[in-house]
Design a protein around this ligand. Structure first.
Ligand code: GLN
Length: 247
C-alpha cells in the first residue's frame, strides 16, 4: 500500500538535517511492507488532502520562517481539520512554533502562526537554547535529540515530555514540546527519528491502524538504532560542558 509522506517546504524548512526524518520514515515503512511516496511541497496547491498520511514541518531560521508564513496561512484550516481527525504530524522547532498563534522575533516583529493550537513563542537574546537533549516522555520513553532556538514557547497544553538533560520549551521550564492527538511539536531537531525508532514506529502505526492494516514490528531488528541511542545518551550525560551550560 502507498504511504504518502509530505515534507513541507523542504528547501526552506530543513535545518540541521530534518530531512533525515523522512529517510528514516521511508526506510521503516518499507520494512513494514508499505510503499512510501514522498511529496516535497513548495506550493500548497499541490497537496492532495485525501492522501496525506504523514506531514513534516521542519525548522527554519527567522528569515525562512517569514518566507513560508503566507503559504502555510492558506492551509491553516485544512491542517487543523486533519490534525483533529488524527493526521500524524511532526512539527520541529520553527515548524512547532508555527502551530501556535504567533512567533515574535527577537526584534519584536510578530509573525502570525497557524493558530491551530493556543500557544505563542517569543524570541529573546539573553541566551540561545542550544545543545543535545534527553526528553523523558510517557508515550515513547526517552527521546534523544538536539535543540537550537532563541524562541521561548509558552503553553498549558499536553507536553511531549520533560527534558532531563538540555533545554525545554523556554528558559524557565524543562517541559518540552506538545503532544496532541497524533501531532508532535518539539524543539528536538532532525534527524530526530533515526535516533528514536519508537517515534518513527508510532507515526507508521497510526497510518496502519487507520487503514485497518495489521501492525506487527516484531520482525524489525533495532540493534543498530538502539546502540546509536545508547552511545548518544552516554555522550550527553558525560558532557560536563553541556551540563554546566544547561543548569
Ligand atoms: N527561529 C526560531 C528560533 O530561533 C526557530 C529556529 C529553528 O527552527 N531552529 O527560535
Amino acid at each position: 500500500m502507498e504511504y504518502h509522506i509530505y515534507h513541507m517546504f523542504p528547501k526552506l524548512l530543513n535545518l540541521y538535517g530534518d530531512h533525515g526524518n523522512i529517510i528514516t520514515l521511508e526506510y521503516f515503512a518499507r520494512q513494514l511492507g508499505l510503499n512510501p511516496v514522498l511529496h516535497e511541497v513548495d506550493d500548497v496547491n499541490d497537496i492532495d488532502w485525501d492522501n496525506v498520511d504523514f506531514m513534516l514541518i521542519g525548522g527554519g531560521s527567522d528569515r525562512e520562517q517569514s518566507l513560508v508564513t503566507e503559504q502555510l496561512g492558506l492551509i491553516k484550516d485544512k491542517i487543523k481539520d486533519e490534525m483533529e481527525k488524527g493526521l500524524p504530524i511532526l512539527a520541529v522547532c520553527g515548524g512547532y512554533q508555527f502551530l501556535g498563534n504567533y512567533y515574535q522575533g527577537v526584534n519584536g516583529e510578530k509573525m502570525p502562526g497557524l493558530g491551530i493550537l493556543d500557544f505563542y513563542t517569543v524570541g529573546q537574546t539573553k541566551k540561545r537554547m542550544i545543545g543535545n537533549a534527553i526528553v523523558q516522555t510517557e508515550s515513547f520513553g526517552e527521546l534523544i535529540g538536539f535543540v537550537n532556538h532563541a524562541g521561548e514557547t509558552f503553553h498549558d497544553l499536553s507536553p511531549l515530555g520533560v527534558a532531563t538533560s538540555g533545554w525545554g520549551n523556554n528558559l524557565q521550564t524543562k517541559v518540552e514540546g506538545i503532544f496532541y492527538k497524533n501531532m508532535i511539536g518539539t524543539y528536538l531537531h532532525g534527524p530526530l527519528l533515526p535516533k528514536n525508532p519508537a517515534l518513527t514506529l508510532f507515526f507508521i502505526k497510526c497510518f496502519m491502524d487507520k487503514k485497518g492494516l495489521k501492525y506487527d514490528d516484531s520482525s524489525l531488528d533495532l540493534t543498530f538504532e538502539n546502540d546509536a541511542r545508547e552511545m548518544m545518551k552516554q555522550r550527553i550525560l558525560d558532557d560536563s560542558v553541556n551540563k554546566d551550560d544547561f543548569y
